[in-house]
Design a binder for this molecule. Structure first.
Ligand SMILES: [Zn+2]
Length: 78
């Protein structure tokens, strides 16, 4: 299990990047059965839990449901 802190970024301009916002559940934005967990860079909320390492996530901006900040997963974040 590896835990990585995501990077807090300014809100991206509309239409430039996909933004994932939690709708109405309490858990992480994405949960799978891998061995990587990504935490919000500010508050430590688990944005992505037990995911596989994937380049799919690199372009996506994740809005933290806890502190409402935008996070990205750096391509170098190992
Ligand atoms: Zn947060």
């Amino acid at each position: 299990m590896t835990t990585i802190r995501a990077k807090v970024i300014p809100e991206p301009a509309e239409g430039t990047r996909p933004v994932l916002i939690r709708q109405n559940q309490d858990g992480p934005l994405i949960q799978d059965e891998g061995d990587l967990t990504y935490l919000c860079g500010l508050c430590g909320f688990a944005l992505l839990k037990d995911v596989e390492k994937s380049h799919v996530f690199i372009d996506i901006v994740f809005k933290c449901p806890c502190c409402d900040l935008f996070n990205e997963i750096s391509s170098t974040g190992e």
